[in-house]
Design a binder for this molecule. Structure first.
Ligand SMILES: Cc1cc2nc3c(=O)[nH]c(=O)nc-3n(C[C@H](O)[C@H](O)[C@H](O)COP(=O)(O)O)c2cc1C
Length: 452
C-alpha cells in the first residue's frame, strides 16, 4: 500500500431523482462542477441506490416487501425478533450477507422499495467503461451499500461492486514497523474507500457520488475480480449462521447425525469426552425419579483397563462359544459370531452400561407379571441413557457402536466383574474417532411408522 500519498474525498451532489429512464453516466458527468473535473487514477464511488434505480430495480407497493426479500434471498443466515419487527439477515444470490437482502424503503418514492442491482460488479464494469469512454480518463469504480456489522453498532458503507480497483490489499509476508513478517494481513481497501466516501455523502440521497483522489496505485488497468472477491467463502466462515439458527441446526442434527461407527483410528478418546457423554446419558428419563444407570469405562491406553477388558471379553467369548455350540452351530459359525465382537477388543475405548434395579425398582408379590414389567420399564430407561450417550459421543466428534454382547451373557459379566444380580448389562459401547465419514441416512417417512 502506498502510504505517503494524501487522499482527498469529494462528494458530488445532485438533486436529480433517478429512474429507469435515466442515463446515470450523463447525470454523473453533468453533476461535476468545473472545479471537480476527473483525473486519471480517481476512484468514483456510487451508491447502489441510484445504480439500482437506473437499472429499474424498483418495486411498487403491490409487490410486498417480504416477497421481494424472499426473491432476493439464497439462504436465511439469521433472524432476530425485536420491538420494531423482525430483522432477517440473508445471503443474496450474489453472495452478499446483509439485512433484508438489501431491499430498502429509504430515499425512494413513497410506496416503492429499491432492490440491489442484480450484479453490482457487472454494473461497476459497465459504468467504468462508459465514464472512461466519455470522459477520456482511466479510473476505478466502486458501488456501495450501507451495511451493519456483526459485532459493532452503527452502519457504514461497504463495496458491493467494483471495477478497476484493487479490492483486497494483501500485505501478508511484508515486514511490519519492527521488521516482523505480517501474517494473514489482508486489508479490505475497497470497503475502506466506500466507508470514506460516506463521510461526504450525507444520507439525504442528494449526494449519490463521490470522487476519491490520491489512491491511483489501487486503480488497475483490468476490471479485476470485483467486490465479489471480498466475500468470505462460506466454508471458511466461522459465523455462517446466526446464533439461534446454529443452535437450532445443532439440536436437529445432533440426533440424526449419530451413526454406528465400526472402524476407528488408533487415536485415544480423552476421558473428558466419555464423562461428558455419561453426563448426557444420565439425563435420560427414568421411572420413579430414579437414576439407575452405572457405567464401566475401559480405555485402551490405560494398561489396567486394557487387561480388565481383555479378561472380560475372553470370559464372555467362552460363554458365547458354549451357548452357540449348544444351539448346534458349527465351529466356523461360532468363530464368525464371536469375531463380530472383536471391535470391543480393539476400540480405543469401551463403555459398559448397566442398569441397577436396586437403585429404585419396586418389587411386587409374585402374582401376575408385574415384576417383569417393572424390570422392562427400567430396561427401557437404560436404552434411553445409552442413546443419550451415543448422541453425545457423536456430537463431540467421536464415533460409537452399541454392541449387544453383554446382553447375551449377563451372568458371566456380573460374575466376572463382581456385580450383584440387580445389575442388568445393557451391551457395550465401542468409542473412537471414525476412520471415515458415515454414509448418508436413507430418508424415512415418519407416516409409515404410524399404527392405524
Ligand atoms: C441394543 C442394540 C444392540 C446392537 N448390537 C449390535 C452389535 O452387536 N453389532 C453391531 O455391529 N451393531 C449393533 N447395533 C447397532 C445397529 O446395528 C445399528 O444401530 C443399526 O445398524 C442402525 O445404524 P445406525 O446406528 O447408524 O443408525 C446394536 C444396536 C442396538 C440398539
Amino acid at each position: 500500500m502506498n502510504t505517503h500519498a494524501g487522499v482527498q474525498v469529494f462528494g458530488i451532489p445532485t438533486d436529480h431523482q433517478f429512474t429507469s429512464q435515466d442515463d446515470l453516466i450523463a447525470i454523473f458527468l453533468d453533476s461535476l462542477s468545473p472545479a471537480n473535473t476527473l483525473h486519471n487514477g480517481d476512484i468514483i464511488v456510487i451508491t447502489s441506490k441510484v445504480v439500482a434505480k437506473c437499472e429499474g430495480r424498483v418495486v411498487t407497493e403491490d409487490q410486498d416487501r417480504e416477497s421481494a426479500i424472499r426473491s432476493e434471498t439464497k439462504r436465511v443466515v439469521a433472524t432476530k425478533v425485536h420491538d420494531r419487527g423482525v430483522t432477517t439477515i440473508v445471503e443474496t444470490h450474489t453472495g452478499l450477507i446483509l439485512a433484508a437482502a438489501g431491499v430498502d424503503a429509504s430515499n425512494t418514492e413513497p410506496g416503492t422499495i429499491v432492490l440491489l442491482p442484480v450484479d453490482s460488479d457487472h454494473s461497476a464494469r459497465r459504468i467504468r467503461e462508459q465514464i472512461e469512454e466519455r470522459a477520456g480518463v482511466s479510473l476505478g469504480v466502486i458501488i456501495t451499500d450501507t451495511l451493519g456489522r456483526a459485532w459493532r453498532l452503527g452502519v457504514t458503507d461497504h463495496a458491493i461492486g467494483a471495477a478497476g480497483v484493487t479490492v483486497l490489499d494483501d500485505l501478508t509476508g511484508e515486514p511490519d514497523a519492527f521488521d516482523r513478517t505480517l501474517e494473514m494481513t489482508i486489508v479490505a481497501v475497497a470497503d475502506e474507500i466506500a466507508a470514506a466516501s460516506e463521510l461526504v455523502r450525507p444520507k439525504d440521497s442528494l449526494t449519490p457520488f463521490a470522487i476519491v483522489r490520491g489512491l491511483g496505485h489501487l486503480v488497475t488497468e483490468e476490471h479485476g475480480p470485483g467486490a465479489r472477491a471480498i466475500i468470505r467463502p462460506t466454508d471458511e466462515d466461522l459465523f455462517s449462521l446466526g446464533t439461534a439458527e446454529a443452535i437450532a441446526l445443532g439440536k436437529e442434527r445432533a440426533i440424526t447425525d449419530r451413526r454406528t461407527t465400526r472402524n476407528f483410528t488408533h487415536e485415544m478418546v480423552p476421558p473428558g469426552v466419555v464423562l461428558t457423554a455419561i453426563e448426557a446419558a444420565v439425563t435420560a428419563p427414568a421411572p420413579h425419579h430414579t437414576t439407575p444407570w452405572r457405567f464401566l469405562v475401559l480405555h485402551f491406553h490405560e494398561p489396567q483397563h486394557h487387561q480388565k477388558r481383555i479378561a472380560l471379553l475372553d470370559a464372555m467369548a467362552a460363554t458365547w462359544q458354549r451357548d452357540l455350540q449348544a444351539e448346534g452351530k458349527s465351529q466356523d459359525e461360532v468363530s464368525k459370531r464371536i469375531a463380530r465382537g472383536d471391535i470391543l477388543r480393539t476400540a480405543p475405548c469401551v463403555v459398559l452400561p448397566f442398569l441397577d434395579l436396586a437403585a429404585g425398582a419396586h418389587t411386587y408379590p409374585e402374582v401376575g407379571g408385574r415384576n417383569n414389567s417393572e424390570r422392562d420399564m427400567f430396561l427401557v430407561a437404560g436404552g434411553a441413557a445409552v442413546e443419550n450417550l451415543l448422541i453425545s459421543i457423536s456430537a463431540q466428534g467421536y464415533g460409537g457402536a452399541w454392541i449387544s454382547s453383554t446382553l447375551f451373557c449377563p451372568d458371566t459379566v456380573r460374575n466376572h466383574l463382581g456385580l450383584g444380580s440387580s445389575f442388568l448389562p445393557l451391551g457395550a459401547v465401542a468409542i473412537g474417532l471414525s476412520e471415515s465419514s458415515p454414509s448418508p441416512r436413507s430418508p424415512k417417512n415418519p407416516v409409515s411408522f404410524l399404527i392405524d
